[in-house]
Design a protein around this ligand. Structure first.
Ligand code: SF4
Length: 85
């Protein structure tokens, strides 16, 4: 997935059973994701609840997570944007 035109605010979810704490997402999208004290990825600020603009960096982080632990959802409605279901 590339770009965010037309998607509206998004949230990102971390499947904590899948995340291996590689930190790749936090390095590539530091405005959206960080490693928590438990060593697993967690969304930052609005990306965890209200939603914020989808950035190219976040879209790439979702696509490149080595264990497919990240999913993007529309903040309004909650439907999954990426990866496609
Ligand atoms: S890239 Fe994937 S496995 Fe690595 S920290 Fe982020 S969510 Fe976890």
């Amino acid at each position: 997935m590339t770009g965010g035109a037309g998607t509206g605010p998004v949230i990102v979810r971390v499947d904590r059973d899948r995340c291996i704490g590689s930190g790749m997402c936090a390095r590539s999208a530091p405005d959206s994701l960080a490693l928590g004290a438990d060593g697993l990825a967690a969304p930052l600020a609005e990306y965890g609840d209200r939603g914020a603009e989808l950035t190219e960096e976040l879209a790439e982080a979702v696509d490149f997570c080595p264990v497919e632990a990240l999913t993007l959802h529309a903040a309004r409605g909650g439907y999954r944007i990426d990866p496609a279901e």
